[in-house]
Write a protein that binds this ligand. Structure first.
Ligand code: PNS
Length: 166
């Protein structure tokens, strides 16, 4: 059984993330979408719990996908989950340098875990969680950029005053 980990911040999950999750679920037996509780990113817009809720909503129909979160080194988490594969999405050449460095470092740390890159769907090559947050800060519309369930979840949070837009 091949288990793949798709790690990220998912703050919030975008159409690009969902595209990679769907495609990863077709080429592996099980996909664990792993939210990093990242101490380096000081001001997340959404709590880990809310990110998990959004990911649960958008992956409801995908039987072999589960959502989890982790802290610390990705490869240690992968070994703990008995995963053989780390899935990364590549959007543009600008992603490559950083991802290349991380993949080689991860391989040095744990050679038995293989990093597999998936090219983004060209429709989403410009898209990132940071772009979505920027649009939200300025009151713009994100309905083309995030799955419908995420858009509804965020709209409700804004209505309830539960996310602070600077
Ligand atoms: O969505 P992001 O923030 O671009 O995801 C980055 C992530 C979580 C994949 C990356 O920061 C990561 O793997 N962090 C865990 C710490 C680690 O293992 N670093 C790699 C050693 S270079």
């Amino acid at each position: 059984m091949k288990t793949a980990i798709y790690p990220g911040s998912f703050d919030p999950p975008t159409m690009g993330h969902l595209d990679i999750i769907r495609r990863a679920s077709k080429v592996s037996d099980k996909v664990i979408v792993a939210i990093l509780n990242n101490p380096h990113k000081k001001n997340p817009m959404f709590s880990i719990e809310d990110r998990k809720k959004m990911l649960d909503l958008i992956t409801k129909g995908l039987e072999n996908v589960e959502i989890d979160h982790f802290e610390g080194l990705l490869v240690e988490y992968a070994v703990k989950k008995q995963a053989q594969i780390i899935i990364k999405g590549l959007r543009a050449i600008s992603d490559f340098e950083n991802e290349f460095q991380m993949a080689l470092t991860n391989r040095k740390l744990t050679p038995e875990v293989e990093t597999v890159f998936m090219m983004t769907n060209d429709k989403y090559s410009y898209l990132s969680s940071s772009v979505v947050k920027e649009i939200l800060y300025f009151g713009g519309c994100i309905d083309q950029l995030v799955p419908e369930e995420v858009n509804e979840f965020i709209s409700e949070k804004i209505k309830q005053g539960e996310i602070i837009l600077a």
